[in-house]
Design a protein around this ligand. Sequence first.
Ligand code: IMP
Length: 422
Amino acid sequence: MNTVAVVGLQWGDEGKGKVINRLAPGFDFVVRYQGGGNAGHTVYVNGQKIVLKHVPSGILTESVTNLMMPGMVLDPDVMFEELDAVTKLGIDFKNRLKISGRVHITTAAHKALDQLRERAAGKGKIGTTGRGIGTTYADKANRLGIRAIDLIDGNNLRETAERMLAVKNPVIEELGGDKLSVDEIYGKLKQWGEKLKPFLADTSLILAEALAMKKRVMFEGAQAAMLDIDVGTYPYVTSSGTTAGAIGSGCGVNVGAVGEVIGVVKAYCTRVGEGAFPTELFDAAGKHMQEVGREFGSTTGRPRRCGWYDAFAARYMVRLGNVSCLAVTKLDVLSGLKELKIGTGYEGWDQPGLPESIVTLGKLKARYETLPGFDGDITGCTRYGDLPVNARALVERIEKLTGAPVKYVSVGPGSGQLIARE
Ligand code: IMP
């Protein structure tokens, strides 16, 4: 398939970056189309860990051109830190990274407001990453945003900074924060414009041309379907469209551009931040997942909530996101558990889809199917047939109950630890 999307089907952190990094050598382009510094795509290169937040995971593959599309938001300081880390690995990316002038810029004011609003919300907080994602997308929707192109296109950046702070500083102060100085914001906008300039391009034209030439293109989703602004567990969601459906608008390309959609799921579930989680565990199995799976946020370091695989929710997202096949990750983490469970639905809920009401979803308890566990170190398995029979049985039940074929199984963090199922 020439055009493939890799998207998360749960609450993020499924291991999309690892799958993309592994598949990247087979592609000419890797394309990010939504989200920003809230993402944390962890990839291991020669045993070294690198966390990519903005930059597409194809940056680590020398043959791949990486595009950041209009649907993204961008915190330039954070992105340049990522690029420094890539440089330290001895990887050259100068002619392989193109950023749309249409991406919206996240400033210190956006981050401060995100964090202060969360603090003020107390128990009602969303549990955001505090990276200014919602406040940047809100400015975009309100037509108040600053785009990358605005930083270099003859705008009076001091006036831009003044206008922005005239609106934001009173709110920041009201919420107990320290007001930001025009000089500081102006200085940053100016500096970012200069640093971003060599990378800016009309990426939607580059992508349209690539698609017309039948280049191999991989679309890299960030966050995941259950965090989608439209169909996720609103309001406990991120601020962008996270399903493959967002590719058309986020990139400015034909919506039919995507051939295959790979839905990435962990063999269990995790969630960071607040919001309903019907299969959440508070017992030894949940502790096992958290410890063995090292379930701490790669962007914020927060412990992730852990629970059993929710096939009912994943099935809903398979239908909604036009998912063609699955990549099941972190199967190795479940080794050693006596029994394994898969959530097949919710007690007292007989509708075919997820409840639209977050209050209803929050009250529902999952119904489970139980399978026998498996033991031993499976991280060295390179063929599907090498996996213990009970591990394969779990994968095959996930496949059946989720309603999409499992094409890949991941058994460890290294890019080599991905089994392609024949
Ligand atoms: P925001 O995207 O920072 O506004 O956060 C909104 C919700 O999405 C919070 O529950 C975050 O924990 C969650 N979230 C955002 N990005 C990610 C991610 O990349 N992985 C997992 N959860 C995320």
